[in-house]
Ligand binder design. Structure first.
Ligand SMILES: Nc1ncnc2c1ncn2[C@@H]1O[C@H](COP(=O)(O)OP(=O)(O)OP(=O)(O)O)[C@@H](O)[C@H]1O
Length: 226
């Protein structure tokens, strides 16, 4: 292990080096959380071991050694959106939001197509490296069962996540706090899209439906690149 690179509720992640000189991540569980989460700890490894996608870290191994329990993961490059927003005060443009959203929707199409719900698409779990997105932290991921674990959980997280990006360029004006769809500079189709993602209007039934409306909501940006 070389140095810690991040800490979450369940574990501490370290940058580490394999014997043959490859840089990897070791996600070490906090012993207390590991005990508390008994029975659910294995999901992350089982789910990661069944998927292969460029935007998701590959599971390279499992460590279970004298109280040290953790995973060895492919190191994904980039900074979390949390760091970009709060440390670097990065202001995401409409074009960046479109590219990030498209990549996340592609990962979700892949995951949902295999019956997996991520359930934790949040700003500390999305890494960006020169515009390339990685989705990490499959600690809460589960197989969808349409009861406790539904695909639309990912839709509301996606809505929240994208609204964070819109807020990065928001300048608070005088006066009472307005609602997001009143104060952000969004088009009618974007407002409708986010309201459906957040279940404030008829919710989406599938990621394909989400993708269709996303493209419509960002058609101005998309048309510039065709
Ligand atoms: N594969 C990876 N490549 C690069 N950095 C990573 C990787 N996995 C984790 N990290 C870094 O470590 C941090 C914590 O990792 P992770 O979110 O998986 O831990 P956690 O304990 O499950 O967190 P949470 O409280 O969000 O559930 C991330 O925010 C990120 O900075």
């Amino acid at each position: 292990m070389i140095e810690p690179i991040g800490e979450g509720r369940y574990g501490v992640c370290y940058l580490a080096m394999t014997n043959d000189g490859n840089r990897v991540v070791i996600k070490r569980f906090k012993p207390r959380m590991f005990k508390k989460n008994k029975g659910k700890n294995a999901y992350e490894a089982v789910i990661l071991s069944q998927i292969r996608h460029d935007a998701v870290p590959e599971l390279l191994g499992i460590v279970n050694d004298n109280g040290l329990y953790g995973y060895v993961l492919e190191l994904k490059q980039g900074k979390t959106v949390e760091v970009m927003l709060f440390k670097e005060k990065h202001m995401f443009t409409e074009t960046e939001i479109f590219h990030i959203g498209s990549q996340l929707i592609n990962v979700l199409k892949y995951l949902h197509g295999r019956g997996i719900v991520h359930r934790d698409i949040r700003i500390p779990n999305v890494l960006i490296d020169a515009g390339e997105v990685s989705l990490i932290d499959f600690g809460l991921a589960r197989w969808a069962d349409n009861e406790q674990y539904c695909f639309d959980q990912d839709f509301s997280y996606l809505g929240d996540f994208l609204l964070y990006l819109h807020y990065s360029s928001f300048k608070k004006k005088e006066g009472k706090g307005k609602r997001w769809y009143e104060e952000l500079n969004l088009s009618e189709t974007q407002i409708d899209f986010y309201k459906r993602l957040l279940r404030l209007k008829t919710p989406y039934a599938s990621i394909e439906e989400v993708e269709k409306d996303f493209i419509r909501a960002f058609s101005d940006v998309k048309n510039k690149y065709i």
